[in-house]
Design a protein around this ligand. Structure first.
Ligand SMILES: [Fe+2]
Length: 258
């Protein structure tokens, strides 16, 4: 009886072994996949930092392909961002634990990751630390609100005008150029919500935090000397639309100074 049982056991084991061996590749893939997740955020598992970086890095490489579709890229980055729970990440915990409101009336910036193709930043604001209208030439960006909320407005260039104005302050002169911008979106961005801009749509934005606010942004490609130099800041006449045109506003930006 003992022998029979042992023989049956061996027979069963050999059959099971073959079946298990066939599944080994699948099991190993599942194991790797499981390692991408940090645990559970609500009902959904959230990506860990390494897996998050890997996903964004893979997506950001598409910017070098012919006919790169920025809108599709932005959507894909959004999907990845929605799988992240930043407060679980060690680098995020460290950056937020070390937070000090060093620059009065201006946000604090912490670079979480930077490579040529993209960069990821944590921005922390006290209530009212307003970022006025500015653009991101040759870049696209995705913002995920983590804590707090902010009024975010996005505009696109509608028309460049010939109109110029020179203003003198002390011994300095500034030439301001006019343009018309189109409001694409205005919303109060709440935690876990996303705001985005592409090179051609919503590239000009402003942000007013209504309370202490933390957000993460991903810009593609990352900032460089050229993009820093080309960024424009706009003074927008938001009191009324230009010439009664729906969602169109007149704005000025600095053309040159001497
Ligand atoms: Fe910006």
């Amino acid at each position: 009886m003992d022998n029979y049982q042992r023989r049956e056991f061996v027979k069963l084991s050999l059959a099971s072994f073959a079946a298990v061996a066939l599944q080994l590749n699948g099991l190993s893939a599942l194991g790797l996949n499981a390692n991408k997740f940090n645990g559970f955020s609500g009902t959904k598992p959230s990506l860990n930092w390494e897996a998050f970086l890997e996903e964004i890095s893979k997506l950001a490489k598409t910017q070098h392909t012919k006919n790169w579709n920025q809108s599709e890229y932005i959507k894909a980055v959004q999907m990845v961002l929605l799988q992240c729970n930043f407060p679980e990440f060690d680098n995020f915990k460290k950056a937020t634990a070390n937070y000090k409101d060093v620059r009065k009336n201006w946000f604090e910036h912490e670079l979480l990751h930077k490579e040529i193709d993209f960069q990821i930043s944590l921005l922390q604001f006290e209530k009212g630390e307003y970022i006025s209208h500015h653009d991101h030439p040759s870049m696209c960006g995705v913002i995920k609100m983590v804590t707090g909320n902010a009024l975010v407005k996005n505009y696109s260039i509608h028309e460049l005008l010939e109109k110029e104005e020179t203003k003198t302050y002390g011994d300095k002169s500034f030439v301001l150029k006019s343009c018309l911008i189109k409001k694409e979106n205005e919303e109060i961005l709440l935690p876990n919500k996303i705001s985005s801009l592409t090179e051609s749509e919503g590239n000009i934005h402003s942000l007013m935090p209504n309370e202490f606010t933390q957000l993460v942004d991903i810009f593609t490609p990352s900032y460089n000397e050229k993009s820093d130099k080309e960024t424009k800041w706009f003074t927008v006449n938001e009191t009324e639309p230009f010439d009664g045109m729906n969602n169109i506003y007149e704005a000025q930006y600095l053309k040159s100074s001497s």
